[in-house]
Design a protein around this ligand. Structure first.
Ligand SMILES: NC(=O)c1ccc[n+]([C@@H]2O[C@H](COP(=O)([O-])OP(=O)(O)OC[C@H]3O[C@@H](n4cnc5c(N)ncnc54)[C@H](O)[C@@H]3O)[C@@H](O)[C@H]2O)c1
Length: 257
């Protein structure tokens, strides 16, 4: 068995709501959860992207719907929750993958003292407010369903080590998810057997240039390595794990540079 082999659990009958499902870790998570029998609700601001992934899951015999949304807007977030409940009648897993470094996505080259305010707002809104909105929209149904469940946030090694001036926004929003949201929802969900954890990668090869980021092990992760941890944390085998931040970063968070 190699580290790029997917691990497998039977998620038949469970529903996974996955954000950022048009691309990268979210897309691969959606594909894998579809293969493992879950009902998959894919959401992303990229409607065409999730339609294509959902169609591919269905073509392989899986169950999937696309529910496009800009996670910065609560009404759109609520429509994702509505689509999940109307189609599948339950929510078991909420996997928050949408997000990214605003400096990279919005092509910011200025030092932090001159950052465009819109670029800072983008980060707060997509990386932090979006997952908080998604959690607010879905956790009531998870509680009422009485089946327990799992909420996962995608953090980052940058959330632990800081992001200097170039990604202070990213470090701050990810730290908010990794610690504040994860621990709060672990406490809130525990009486209902809803577990909440964060998965915090170092560089992942969802983009080729991530191979240039140093790690102690001298390489970046294949996306399946991250998705395998997501899969495990959603499984019943992880039933004693809640309130934790899982670094999966080849030691990146403990490097000085
Ligand atoms: N790739 C890495 O090296 C790495 C490292 C650490 C953490 N992470 C985190 O893991 C997660 C996934 O990373 P990835 O590389 O797979 O990302 P990605 O860029 O491939 O995908 C992110 C998705 O989020 C969607 N999105 C952006 N804004 C949105 C909005 N307003 N509403 C809804 N969807 C929106 C995008 O359309 C895209 O499909 C992110 O949260 C990222 O911060 C990634």
């Amino acid at each position: 068995m190699s580290y790029t082999d997917p691990i497998h659990f039977d998620f038949t009958g469970r529903t996974a709501v996955i954000t950022g499902a048009a691309s990268g870790i979210g897309k691969l998570s959606a594909e894998r959860f579809g293969e493992m029998g879950a009902n998959v609700v894919l959401t992303d601001i990229n409607a065409e992207g999730i339609e294509a992934v959902a169609a591919e899951i269905r073509a392989k015999g899986g169950k999937a719907i696309a529910a496009p949304a800009d996670l910065r807007e609560y009404a759109q977030v609520e429509s994702v929750r509505n689509a999940a409940m109307e189609t599948f009648g339950r929510i078991d897993f909420l996997i928050n993958c949408a997000g990214g470094s605003s400096g990279r996505i919005n092509h910011v080259t200025e030092p932090f003292r001159s950052w465009p305010i819109e670029a800072l707002d983008w980060s707060l809104e997509v990386n932090l407010r979006g997952p908080m909105y998604m959690t607010r929209a879905c956790i009531g149904d998870m509680i009422d369903g009485g089946n327990g469940g799992v909420i996962l946030y995608l953090g980052s090694a940058v959330g632990s080590r800081g992001g200097d001036g170039g990604s202070a926004d990213y470090a701050t929003t990810k730290a908010g998810l990794m610690f504040g949201m994860t621990k709060s929802m672990a406490q809130y969900g525990a009486p209902y057997n809803i577990r909440c954890n964060a998965v915090s990668p170092g560089p992942v090869l969802t983009r080729e240039n991530m191979a240039n980021t140093p790690t102690l092990l001298g390489r970046a992760a294949e996306p399946i390595e991250i998705v395998n941890l997501i899969t495990y944390l959603c499984s019943d085998q992880a039933s004693f794990i809640t309130g934790s931040n899982y670094a999966i970063d080849a030691g990146r968070a403990c490097q000085h540079r």
